[in-house]
Design a protein around this ligand. Structure first.
Ligand SMILES: [Zn+2]
Length: 688
């Protein structure tokens, strides 16, 4: 807490102040002792009275505070007439305007066939951006920049071709090519020859669970083989002990860990059906959209996704079974293991550059001291546009995913506008592009935010909405990671809901993750549980039957938007309270979110074991201390300025050059136009 605690008096603060003093009187003097000086500033609309107490002065004691309580109370009550904290009643009054008709109209508009599925770079892009611009202006949001609501986002439409084969003891492992997805990456050619394959279990680093699948391993010139899921998802013993899964199963996060250790390629053995795997091929290999320079390569230069059937064959070629690998991966004592397998792979990615837009609208904060801090809402306007026809329909409307979320977000902006005054901190509403293609719009926002990320108090992600009616429960998918939960629990309880953990594997699956991984405390959650008036388990069945990402994600006549209206009220209040509060949410458990937050704020971090390990690793392998220290999960091995034809890396920034290790310098030389020959077991990049 800061030295000065200024309690601005309002109806709300009377009870808070009395509770505070009562707490001190009750013998819990910790709060008072923790302060070197306590200033309670009492203000009314016309006059202000300050009562200063020095905790370290002989005149101050808890008993003095108790004696002063009636005086303070008598001073505060009249002062409260000029209330200047947004009260519960004022929030209720404003959110009372939330209604199904408004949500419904915008969902219908955005998901209409005339919007052509809102595909970035397609005609639907232009139509959607124009629509959102009009709506944001109509709501009374201010444009985020002098150029208006539009924030340009450079994207690439990519297509990958290539091949990958494995050898065990010199013999080729026969795998069905349909079972291997080669993920498109940066434009150009990459190859790796005769690279040894290292099994790193689930590929997870989770300091809060004291879990590290990598240990000290140097993966340069090697291939990281990673299993889908997380320990608890198999044994229900470890990460699952609290009854839910964690964010650590996220493949982007896993790829980053492998990449940070120098892996030449990353292979995932994926769970899921063949149909899911076919969809993965369509998205990752055949029509990936990838984004903003210079961060075009979020994953390893060579990333393969294997169907579990191919994973099984690979395990057999290595003399074991896939389930044995999974069992071993569940054991914390299993370290990385080099397998008797070698990978040959080459990949060629073509890319076409285009510009799409985020729409960014702002409600400027009312407090001169706090308005340069922000609360940010994010919902993605993009869907899959026009795609292959399914039963005669080629428009991928994205009604639930995420016309519904954008509609909720715009409605929240209206609720905030209906308050008697703007919240203290600035509220930012970002309708992002290309979330479906790896949060590209959110990444672009994170690179050019309205207020710097260390001054962003909270990011609220909104993807899908609850279209099955009112329930009794509200869930947090990232539960346990930050104090956002306690704020959310208070709001949920006030609004009559049970607060519960959600599914951790969803936690990083939408735009807020781009900010969370850079240290911004984030919220992602919503209604869940049993629907009032329906049989037990009904909502869960509806959820299981729900399909998105295809032409059948239309607006359904059966939707009941009463739950979505509730989510508008809840998320509006969550944001308003975060924007009003004297304190900001913080990451609590030791996690990469917390580390990113500390790094972003330039705070000294108490030394912990993993961090020391990372430094040692940096030293041993010649990484500059700045990089070993930075712990930056967004670090990329190559950062390019793209040539005009966007086919090759033209220059690499000086900063990057200084920070690169020798493998990347090798790539850099290639990027400069000189093709290095040889069968080096490492990715190669040739200028084109
Ligand atoms: Zn979505």
């Amino acid at each position: 807490m800061p030295d000065d605690v200024r309690v601005r008096i309002s109806r709300v603060c009377v009870s808070a102040l009395l509770a505070f003093v009562a707490g001190a009187c009750g013998g819990d003097g910790g709060a008072l002792e923790a302060e070197s000086r306590l200033v309670i500033k009492l203000s009314s609309s016309r006059s202000a009275t300050s009562l200063r107490m020095r905790a370290d002065s002989p005149h101050f004691s808890a008993s003095a505070a108790c004696a002063a309580a009636p005086i303070i109370a008598s001073l505060t009550l009249p002062a409260c007439q000029g209330a200047d904290t947004i009260s519960d009643q004022e929030i209720d009054k404003a959110s009372g305007m939330a209604n199904e008709a408004t949500l419904s109209r915008r969902i219908d508009d955005l998901a209409a066939d005339s919007m052509l599925g809102r595909g970035p770079g397609q005609r639907g892009d232009t139509l959607t951006v124009a629509y959102l611009e009009r709506e944001m202006a109509r709501i009374g949001l201010s444009p985020a920049s002098k150029n208006g609501f539009r924030q340009p986002v450079t994207l690439f439409r990519t297509r990958a071709t290539g091949r990958a084969s494995f050898r065990a003891n010199g013999l080729t492992v026969a795998l069905d090519t349909a079972a291997i997805v080669l993920a498109a990456t940066a434009p150009g050619d990459f190859s790796t020859l005769d690279a040894p394959v290292v099994l790193v279990g689930f590929g997870i680093i989770a300091p809060e669970h004291d879990w590290d699948d990598y240990r000290h391993i140097d993966l340069r010139g090697k291939v990281a083989l990673i299993l889908d899921g997380e320990p608890g998802s198999v044994s229900r013993k470890r990460f699952g002990t609290r009854g839910y899964t964690s964010p650590h199963g996220n493949v982007i996060l896993k790829a980053r860990h492998a990449l940070a250790r120098g892996a030449a390629a990353v292979i995932f053995i994926r769970l899921g059906s063949d149909a899911v795997h076919r969809a993965r091929r369509l998205r990752l290999q055949d029509q990936e959209l990838t984004g903003d320079v210079p961060e075009i390569t979020p994953e390893s230069p060579i990333t393969l996704h294997l169907a579990s059937s191919a994973g099984e064959l690979l395990a057999q070629a290595a003399g074991t079974t896939l389930s044995a690998w999974r069992v071993a991966a569940n054991d914390a004592s299993t370290g990385p293991r080099e397998l008797p397998l070698r990978l040959d792979a080459s990949i060629h990615t073509e890319a076409r550059r285009f510009v799409s837009h985020n729409l960014v609208g702002v409600i400027r904060g009312s407090d001169p001291a706090l308005r340069n801090e922000c609360v940010v809402y994010l919902a993605h306007w993009d869907a899959y546009g026009i795609g292959p026809a399914v039963r005669g329909d080629s428009i991928y409307n994205g009604a639930l995913d995420d016309a519904a979320g954008v509609s909720e977000m715009l409605h929240i902006a209206e609720v905030v506008r209906a308050l008697p005054r703007a919240p203290r901190r600035t509220m930012v509403f970002v309708a992002t592009t290309a979330e479906e293609r790896g949060m590209r719009g959110a990444e672009a926002y994170a690179a050019r935010p309205v207020c710097p990320l260390p001054r962003t108090a909270l990011a609220i992600g909104m993807d899908w909405s609850w279209t099955w009616g009112l329930t009794d429960t509200l869930v947090s998918n990232g539960i346990g990671y930050s104090t956002v939960d306690s704020l959310a629990a208070r709001v949920a309880t006030r609004l009559g809901k049970t607060f519960a953990p959600g599914l951790g594997e969803y936690w990083l699956l939408s735009d807020h993750a781009a900010l969370a991984l850079r240290g911004v405390p984030a919220w992602f959650g919503g209604l869940d549980g049993e629907v009032t008036g329906k049989p037990k388990g009904w909502a869960l069945r509806q959820l299981a039957l729900t399909r998105t990402h295809g032409p059948d994600d239309d607006r359904k006549p059966t939707w009941d938007l009463s739950g979505a209206v509730f989510e508008v009220k809840f998320l509006a209040e969550l944001g308003i309270r975060a924007a009003e509060s004297a304190t900001r949410p913080v990451w609590t458990v030791e996690s990469e979110f917390k580390r990113a937050s500390e790094a972003a704020r330039g705070e000294a971090t108490p030394p912990i074991r993993r961090r020391q390990d990372r430094r040692a690793w940096g030293r041993v392998h010649g990484f500059p201390p700045s990089m070993a220290r930075s712990n930056d999960p967004t670090w990329r091995p190559h950062q390019c300025t793209w040539a005009r034809d966007s086919r090759r890396c033209r220059t690499v920034s000086r900063v990057t050059l200084r920070d690169l290790d020798d493998i990347s310098v090798h790539q850099l030389r290639n990027a400069g136009g000189r093709v290095l020959q040889g069968a080096a077991p490492r990715p190669e990049r040739r200028a084109r």
